[in-house]
Design a protein around this ligand. Structure first.
Ligand code: XMP
Length: 520
């Protein structure tokens, strides 16, 4: 048995910025779906994938252009329900015999309201309790004539064909984006669509776990697998899943670069080795990393050094494991989509990210990636399913280069020690006030500056630190967390009283952009 035994929905991607959100909405409904760029969807692919329903995404192109993207004609002969969204709607109309025209005052961007026509449509079940529904539009072209067999079920001021359908074939086409937040009742459309298509909602983490275990066993056989365990959610869940599948054939290497938080290395190693019985090698290479970082203050140089050493160290330990043929990685579905998306061009490098997924192909190991189909929140759910403590699964993200990038300027052992203590007090404060889960990420950065203070009757000349706490959905954009003044005051007092070496505390209120979440 493998993953293909789930009921499957196919999303054909025409390059919309929000295609991933369609997949999110469907996964929330326990429907397994995959996003594939239109040019990869050949007849052979369709036959093998055998979708139970198809969604055509939005996209930036204009169907009026001769070389604009099209779905394969055979999609419409599959005899399964199809939903076209925005560009997907227009391409459906054009291909099935309707007509699309461009702009001329009928472009719509942003909020619009759809009102129903007299006829009722199963796709709109639960809509129009308030006569009209807010939707999110983003289109320059519009449908001028609907295809034969289609009827209109909803209109908006600038989209007379906001909702159309050929009910005999279960073909649906909407001009707006039901997947975005600004279409408040959009989820109902997806709910209706998958019900119409007959999905039973068989995509659950329990079912996934069983199948993933079988797939791993089939792939790996009796061979040995190594895994770079960072203590982050992805590598931890991947390791726990692999351990359940292949037990002692898995060896984890925990590369300790000496840039972890207070007690973190011990906690991770104890949990996996002692409580979960995984084979974990604790590669304590603090001396090596801190030695090479000595005197380095440029952020990119720090990142490059840490990335390079991480690979060297991992390879050294991996070479000692007899007969290792596979390398496990916690690759997630968004990474997989990124790498195939036809619209995703190279963007400017702001920071060269380092994570355990970056191990080189030249190691000559085959990859096992048991989380490739999952989104981040599904990985968390799987982690809980596998028995990892919820407090561990819900931890804030922690960057691969660790405290190095929270220590602007030169890294010294003294600064790291102060930083660890201050960070522990800050997180303790956040937890005590019940704020931890409201915050995407919180940490302390130790600043490369000493300031004058007075404690007791004496003068102090110690480090200043900055507290950071942000809210975010995906780390791409972020806002600072609006702590109360009482909280900030209490935290500053605690840090200065409890952490020797800090005599001034500031709070960073920069959003991202223009700031980044980390200081380097
Ligand atoms: P920035 O600072 O770029 O961070 O706004 C966005 C998110 O990414 C994390 N981050 C990293 N994660 N390796 C990682 O695995 C890295 O090199 C890295 N740099 C930043 C950061 O903590 C935040 O969650």
């Amino acid at each position: 048995m493998d993953i293909t035994t789930h009921e499957r929905l196919l999303i054909i991607d025409f390059g919309s910025q929000v295609t991933q959100l369609i997949a999110r909405r469907l996964r929330e409904l326990h429907v397994y779906c995959e996003i594939h760029p239109f040019q990869n969807v050949t007849d052979a692919f369709l036959a093998e994938f055998a979708p139970k329903a198809v969604i055509l995404s939005g996209g930036p192109a204009s169907v009026i252009d001769a070389d604009s993207p099209r779905p394969p004609a055979t999609v419409f002969d599959l005899d399964v329900p199809i939903l076209g969204i925005c560009y997907g709607q227009q391409v459906m109309m054009e291909v099935l015999g309707g007509k699309v025209e461009s702009g001329h005052g009928t472009a719509e961007f942003g909020r619009a309201f759809v009102t129903p026509t007299a006829a009722r449509l199963d796709l709109l079940h639960g809509w129009f309790a308030n006569e009209k529904e807010q939707v999110w539009m983003s289109h320059g072209d519009h449908v001028a004539k609907i295809a034969p067999g289609f009827e209109v079920f909803g209109t908006s001021p600038n989209a007379p064909f906001a909702v159309t359908a050929d009910t005999s074939r279960h073909f649906y086409a909407v001009q707006f984006h039901p997947e975005v937040h600004h279409t408040p009742n959009g989820a109902k459309l997806y709910e209706n669509f998958v019900r119409i298509a007959g999905f039973t909602g068989d995509w659950t983490m329990g079912a996934y776990r069983e199948q993933a275990i079988e797939t791993i066993r089939e792939q790996v056989g009796q061979k040995q697998v190594i895994c770079a365990l960072s203590g982050g959610v992805d590598s931890s869940v991947a390791a726990a899943l692999l351990h359940e599948a292949i037990g002692d054939q898995l060896t984890c290497v925990f590369v300790d670069h000496g840039l972890l938080r207070l007690n973190e290395a011990d906690e991770v190693v104890t949990m996996f080795r002692d409580h979960m019985n995984l084979k974990v090698i604790h590669a304590d290479e603090t001396e090596l990393f801190l030695g090479e970082l000595d005197g380095v203050s440029d952020p990119e140089t720090k990142r490059k050094i840490i990335g390079r050493l991480f690979i060297d160290v991992f390879q050294k330990y991996a070479n000692e494991i007899d007969g290792a043929e596979f390398l496990a990685q916690g690759t997630l579905y968004p990474d997989v989509i990124e790498s195939v998306s036809f619209s995703g061009g190279p963007s400017v490098t702001i920071k060269s990210h380092h994570n355990v997924g970056g191990l080189p192909a030249k190691m000559g190991l085959k990859l096992v990636e048991p989380l490739r189909e999952l989104f981040k929140d599904e990985v968390r759910a799987l982690g809980v399913e596998l028995g990892l403590p919820a407090s561990f699964i819900g931890r804030h993200p922690f960057p691969g280069p660790g405290l190095a990038i929270r220590c602007p300027g030169e890294i010294t052992r003294e600064k790291l020690e102060i930083l660890r203590k201050a960070d522990a007090v800050y997180i303790d404060q956040i937890r005590k006030h019940g704020l931890y889960d409201e915050i995407w990420q919180a940490f302390v950065a130790i600043l490369p500056v000493r300031t004058v203070g007075v404690m007791g009757d004496g003068r102090t000349y110690d480090f200043a630190c900055a507290l950071r706490a942000v809210t975010s959905v995906d780390g791409m954009t972020a806002d600072y967390y609006p702590f109360s003044h009482e909280f900030l005051g209490e935290t500053a007092t605690r840090i200065i009283n409890e952490v020797q070496g800090i005599n001034r505390v500031t709070y960073d209120i920069t959003s991202k952009p223009p700031g980044t979440i980390e200081w380097e």
